[in-house]
Design a protein around this ligand. Sequence first.
Ligand SMILES: NC(=O)c1ccc[n+]([C@@H]2O[C@H](COP(=O)([O-])OP(=O)(O)OC[C@H]3O[C@@H](n4cnc5c(N)ncnc54)[C@H](OP(=O)(O)O)[C@@H]3O)[C@@H](O)[C@H]2O)c1
Length: 229
Amino acid sequence: MTTLGIVGAGHIGSTVARLAVDAGVDVVIANSRGPETLADLVADLGPRARAATAAEAARAGDLVVLTVPLKALGDLPVTAFEGRVVLDTGNYYPQRDGQIAELDDGSSTSSELIARTLAGARVVKVFNNIFFEHLGVLARPQAAAGSQDRSALAIAGDDAEAKAAATALLDTIGYDVVDAGPLREGRRFQPGTPAYGLPYDGSSDGTWSGDTARRASAEELRAAVAAAE
Ligand SMILES: NC(=O)c1ccc[n+]([C@@H]2O[C@H](COP(=O)([O-])OP(=O)(O)OC[C@H]3O[C@@H](n4cnc5c(N)ncnc54)[C@H](OP(=O)(O)O)[C@@H]3O)[C@@H](O)[C@H]2O)c1
């Protein structure tokens, strides 16, 4: 893989961009306010990064990380995502995103909502259950897959090829993968589940920071995913 599109340049978007460029992947990154507002970020990321509009970032590579608040879903350039593998990092927080009835009653999930909205894209849920600072410091790109050094991230999706592409990216940036199953099973690592955040947090008081990061093995994460109600 040579180019990764990233739509959303906040905590998660900029962390994934850093991990990707450090692993030799070119990134095209966008926010809502325009490429010129990302000059400092791309300068910091170096020559493998460039800023673009959201539509350009979505079209830049076969793989696109979508990492915006769920409330921004209606503002996205939907057609630019057609044919893409979309890595959805999102979580539903009603206090931020507004109440969404089908998510409140559990009849749907935020990733399924995104998949319906971005018709023509293949959505894989990933990166949503790890605090961005933990994501940055736990990556082990030099370590072999399955080694004692690596943490795992959960994925869910309906398309095997898309999940294979997500798995390859995670391996490149330094993570093992736990496949939770179809996109709907992303609910197993949504907010409020045992797999949400805690496997990566070594603090005793729940104060998350990069300093509290601890390795979450695939075995541990798989058990947490299975334990979800
Ligand atoms: N923070 C975490 O540790 C964490 C961990 C796991 C999952 N998540 C989830 O991942 C998602 C992103 O979280 P975050 O913390 O990275 O958010 P954030 O720091 O608030 O950043 C959000 C980014 O989305 C951009 N954006 C908003 N609307 C957009 C649009 N229409 N087109 C293009 N870009 C748009 C924003 O651009 P502007 O600044 O220009 O508006 C900003 O760059 C959320 O669903 C969050 O719940 C977060």
